[in-house]
Design a protein around this ligand. Structure first.
Ligand SMILES: Cc1cc2nc3c(=O)[nH]c(=O)nc-3n(C[C@H](O)[C@H](O)[C@H](O)COP(=O)(O)OP(=O)(O)OC[C@H]3O[C@@H](n4cnc5c(N)ncnc54)[C@H](O)[C@@H]3O)c2cc1C
Length: 319
């Protein structure tokens, strides 16, 4: 799809911020296809702002020339949402990588939208804190993309999704520029928190350029329990039991069919056969681990408990 105004948009960009525009076919192609490889876009240009000010200028010009642009973070969202099927321009946040502020007293971090989850986790190593949301696409998924999809991840049961982690954010819209600015304070009750409408909005309202996020204090130890159950009702009963413990940090359900696929792919085997499985993670030490192991073992199901990450891998999956 070609828009008449797009050549004026390109000319204006080349005049004002020439460094942001990339038309290298190979580079653009990588951003045109989604993570599944099933959805393909038609973009001819990649726009790579390296500051929120450049991004604001791009949006302003796009608005002036009525040129649609498609926002992209790590391109991992699996539903084609980051694929430009109706735009010649992909605006990538890949150069917005600054982590601007870390507050060890309040447990907050402010970072730009293009910081990946893994980059944030690495930054937080040794600080005594971690980010409450984790997902398997962590090496590519960006904070901006995660906010825009209200990502959930494996610790949702304990910490909630992205909506629950955002203290405040910077949102730039094409028509009004910066409409919301990040605040460091959790209890900031000044005015309307306009920025929050961008959470889960997939870029339809504007571009998230940075956010202040709450952090979770690290705990000394954690353990993992794998439980086999014969019926779905039994699985629900186990989950209800596990949820009584405030230290529950993750709960996953999967079927034997899934195990077969994983065993095939990894060349590994799970310690026992069951129709359904539950995988729980708890914060806590050995004593809680043993207590829960006995409690879960009271039923007909099988149980394996691992009390550290190396044991986790060995106990739950043997290669
Ligand atoms: C292996 C794997 C595991 C996954 N596990 C989970 C999971 O457990 N839970 C879960 O919720 N998701 C999961 N996902 C999906 C995906 O990782 C998340 O949706 C993630 O939040 C997307 O981030 P992204 O940076 O890749 O965004 P993109 O895919 O690049 O973009 C997603 C949407 O947000 C918009 N967008 C991106 N950046 C911005 C921005 N700065 N401002 C405004 N709009 C923007 C895009 O236009 C698009 O509509 C998984 C994906 C994979 C591949």
């Amino acid at each position: 799809m070609k828009y008449e105004s797009s050549s004026q948009f390109v000319d204006s960009l080349k005049e004002t911020i020439p460094d942001v525009i990339v038309d290298d076919v190979d580079l653009v192609r990588g951003h045109n296809v989604d993570w599944t490889g099933k959805v393909e876009g038609c973009a001819r240009f990649l726009l790579r702002p390296s500051s929120p000010a450049q991004l604001e200028l791009i949006l302003m010009l796009a608005n002036r020339f009525q040129t649609p642009i498609h926002i992209q973070g790590g391109n991992t969202s699996l539903v084609g949402g980051a694929t430009p099927i109706k735009s010649e321009f992909i605006l990538t946040t890949s150069k917005l990588k600054r982590i601007r502020n870390f507050d060890s007293q309040l447990g907050r971090v402010t970072c730009e939208a293009g910081v990946t989850l893994s980059e944030l986790s690495n930054y937080l190593k040794g600080t005594g804190y971690h980010f409450g949301v984790d997902l398997a696409s962590r090496d590519s998924a960006t904070i901006g993309g995660m906010i825009s999809t209200n990502a959930g991840g494996i610790h949702f049961i304990r910490h909630g999704g992205l909506r629950d982690q955002v203290v405040s954010l910077d949102l730039i819209t094409p028509a009004f520029g910066l409409v919301s600015a990040s605040s460091q304070y959790l209890k900031d009750n000044t005015g309307i928190d306009v920025g929050r409408i961008a959470i889960g909005a997939e870029g339809t309202i504007g571009v998230v350029t940075s956010a202040t996020l709450r952090l979770v204090p690290n705990t000394a130890s954690s353990f993992t329990a794998l439980i086999g159950v014969a019926t779905f009702t039994e699985a629900l009963d186990k989950l209800r039991f596990a949820r009584q413990f405030a230290s529950l940090t993750a709960a996953e359900f999967f079927t034997y069919d899934g195990v077969v696929l994983i065993e095939k792919a990894l060349g590994a085997s799970i310690p026992f056969r069951s129709r359904f499985y539950l995988l729980f993670q708890f914060d806590g030490g050995m004593s809680l681990g043993h207590e829960l192991s006995e409690a879960f073992g009271d039923s007909d199901g099988d149980v394996a408990v691992a009390t550290d990450s190396t044991a986790s891998k060995k106990t739950l999956v043997s290669t």
